[in-house]
Design a protein around this ligand. Structure first.
Ligand code: 3HC
Length: 351
């Protein structure tokens, strides 16, 4: 018999010295698991049942596997929206590269904005494994038929906004995206691992900017507080509509694309930020923010979801400006795409 689970991590303490006996039992348990999996697969007459069995077993669906059309469409929608967000998200901060206060700050911000471009590319590549090309997705964005995150439609008014974006926006992105590393679709899950590592660097650089400002002169502290006041509620809204109004959550969670609901992640983010705001010496702009002993979580004021819907539909403070800039950059980059395509064609012909 296997020993009862114990708090200890020491195998000998838990199981005594009967290691060969233990190994025998582990082997028997593994064989039983393999047999059960084989039975499941045999019982899975057809591809749909195989897909269900893979999801149930918490394994990955890979590009060549059969998948329901709606699963494919949901993934394309979410991954494309995510990729577009990374690319549009370069604009609010790119705006500050030339105005960052020191050469070091400029270099850091430049590297960060480049990372976002890289994230967009990994994500477009992940979407391409689902049978859609990057060109098609970009066309859909430019035609206004695919979305990008609401958050990037807010302006960056001061240098402290760059700090607030790093701390709050990248912080929210991490809370939302770490669970995506366990998404059921392999290429998306794997892309997210690297993205999350880089996002965590981004979050820290934002925190460090705000920490410097909040411990600087009174004017710098006020600038940091002003930025946090402006970015708090839009960051909460990034997690999407409340669960009761979320169109896709239930199905996406059943498919293990999403692991947590919008509200669960929003709550996790609030709980994380309260402590960090304390270290920064800044206040979160919510008079009703308080610890709820029963729920073991903070009560907080919800963001304005009507505003979120307006921003998603294109009527935020910077939607028009962001899309106009994206279209202009796309047009100006046409010669680069043509040159790359001509070069690839020549290489192929030479080969
Ligand atoms: N901005 C824009 N659209 C949003 C949104 C937001 N903050 N939140 C929700 N929506 C849209 C959904 O896309 C959906 O629209 P659709 O039906 O027309 O496609 C609708 O509102 C209903 O919302 P749901 O809750 O039903 O949608 P989802 O189940 O897809 O959940 C999500 C929304 C939590 C954003 C989810 O799609 C997700 O986790 N996406 C991956 C992460 C992502 O895209 N993050 C964007 C930010 S990227 C980033 O922050 C970059 C970093 O560098 C800072």
């Amino acid at each position: 018999m296997l020993a009862k689970p114990s708090e200890s991590c020491n195998t000998v303490e838990v199981y005594g010295n009967d290691i060969p006996g233990l190994l025998g039992e582990v082997e028997a348990a593994e064989t039983a698991l393999r047999e059960a999996a084989a039975r499941d697969t045999e019982a899975a007459h057809g591809e749909a049942a195989y897909f269900d069995a893979v999801i149930k077993a918490d394994q990955k669906i890979e590009p060549r596997d059969w998948m329901p059309d709606s699963y494919r469409k949901t993934l394309i929608r979410q991954i494309a929206q995510h990729a577009h967000s990374e690319i549009i998200g370069m604009q609010p901060e790119g705006n500050w590269i030339s105005r960052a206060p020191t050469l070091k700050r400029k270099a850091i911000l430049l590297a960060k904005v480049q990372d976002e471009a890289g994230h967009g590319l990994y994500l477009y590549a992940a979407a391409e494994t689902l049978g859609v090309s990057r060109d098609e997705l970009v066309e859909l964005l430019l035609a206004g038929r695919q979305k990008y995150s609401s958050i990037f439609n807010y302006p960056t008014l001061t240098w402290a906004d760059v700090g607030a974006i790093g701390w709050l926006v990248d912080g929210a992105a991490i809370v939302n995206q770490v669970p995506l590393c366990r998404c059921s679709y392999g290429p998306y899950a794997r892309a997210m691992i690297r993205i999350c590592k880089e996002e965590s660097f981004h979050q820290r650089q934002g925190f460090e900017i705000l920490h410097t400002l909040s411990h600087g002169t009174e004017a710098q502290r006020a600038m940091a507080q002003g930025a946090v006041d402006r970015w708090w509620y839009p960051s909460l809204a990034m997690f999407g509509p409340p669960d009761a109004d979320s169109t896709h959550s239930a199905q996406s969670m059943a498919w293990k694309i999403k692991r947590f609901s919008n509200d669960e992640l929003r709550q996790r983010f609030v709980d994380m930020c309260v402590q960090q705001a304390g270290v920064l010496g800044l206040t979160l702009p919510d008079p009703d923010l308080r610890w709820n002993e029963e729920r073991q979580a903070y009560d907080y004021t919800q963001p304005d979801y009507d505003e979120l819907m307006r921003v998603i539909k294109g009527d935020g403070p910077c939607n028009r400006q962001r899309m106009a800039h994206r279209r202009r950059s796309h047009d100006e980059g046409a010669w680069v795409r043509e040159a790359a395509a001509a070069y690839a064609k020549k290489r192929a012909a030479d080969a």
